[in-house]
Design a protein around this ligand. Structure first.
Ligand code: HEC
Length: 224
């Protein structure tokens, strides 16, 4: 099993090839986006690459980043808070009130292939997930799930202000990017960090047609 899992690590994206001296591996747009990611947009302060981060674009720590609280209408899971529509995040595990609304920094490799973003899938477009970080207050206060998420997730959203009050100080001041800069940052994430081998069409080939147990193999949704 461990061998199989290791074979599913896809970390040969344009940025890795560029770092190994293939200067043409990244487009101009992706390179500009990388400069923003590591510079003015300050993404690397949490989505780290050095030392123990092992080039995974995460500090593997927990932060409050103010993701809108959505909870499914029909669920067997228990949600937190007085109205049962909140997720206290790390506090559920540590039991410490100081950890309320904290979630672990997501690694960003192959993020362009994801259909949804953040721990609860509150956003379905990479652009919205990035814009959220650049101006958390605006993104969270004007958030509406309607029309973007599956019907059972378009239900009641938990309160926003108690989350925003605890916002990580790194995200408290909005960062202004021009339209071009924003597009560059998104391009860096979407294709600059993408290892083509991680595409679902390719992974789907690993699904066996028959199992040794003779049980029916599970059906997987394969992206476009
Ligand atoms: C204060 C730390 C912090 C900073 C700074 C930060 N992020 Fe994040 N980021 C997080 C955390 C924590 C999550 C996961 C939140 C969750 O799951 O609810 C996340 C999630 C994401 C995701 C969604 C990934 C997924 O798998 O769903 C993207 C995309 C992202 N960040 C991009 C960026 C970009 C681009 C920047 C710079 C503009 C940035 N982040 C700056 C902490 C940070």
């Amino acid at each position: 099993m461990a061998e199989f899992q290791l074979s599913l690590t896809f970390a040969d994206a344009p940025i890795d090839q560029f770092a190994r001296d293939a200067r043409g591996a990244m487009s101009q747009k992706e390179k500009q986006g990388a400069i923003l990611f590591f510079g003015k947009a300050k993404c690397v302060s949490c989505h780290q690459v050095a030392g123990e981060s092992n080039e995974m674009f995460s500090d593997f720590r927990n932060h409050v980043i103010g993701v809108p609280q959505i909870s499914p209408l029909n669920t067997n899971s228990t949600f937190d808070g007085p109205s049962g529509n909140e997720d206290f995040g790390m506090e559920q595990i540590s039991g410490k009130a100081a950890d309320r609304y904290k979630f672990r920094t997501s690694p960003l490799r192959n993020v362009g292939l994801q259909p949804t973003f953040f721990h609860n899938g509150a956003f379905t477009r990479l652009e919205d997930a990035v814009a959220h970080h650049l101006d958390v207050w605006k993104s969270a206060l004007f958030y509406t799930p309607v029309g973007r998420l599956d019907a059972d997730l378009a239900g009641p959203t938990g309160p926003t202000l108690p989350v925003l009050i605890r916002l990580d100080e790194k995200l408290r001041t909005p960062i202004k990017l021009t339209r071009d800069e924003f597009a560059q940052l998104v391009a860096f994430l979407r294709t600059g960090l993408l290892d083509e081998r991680a595409r679902p069409e390719r992974l789907a080939r690993l699904i066996p047609e028959r199992l040794p147990s003779e049980l029916e193999p599970l059906e997987f949704e394969v992206g476009d």
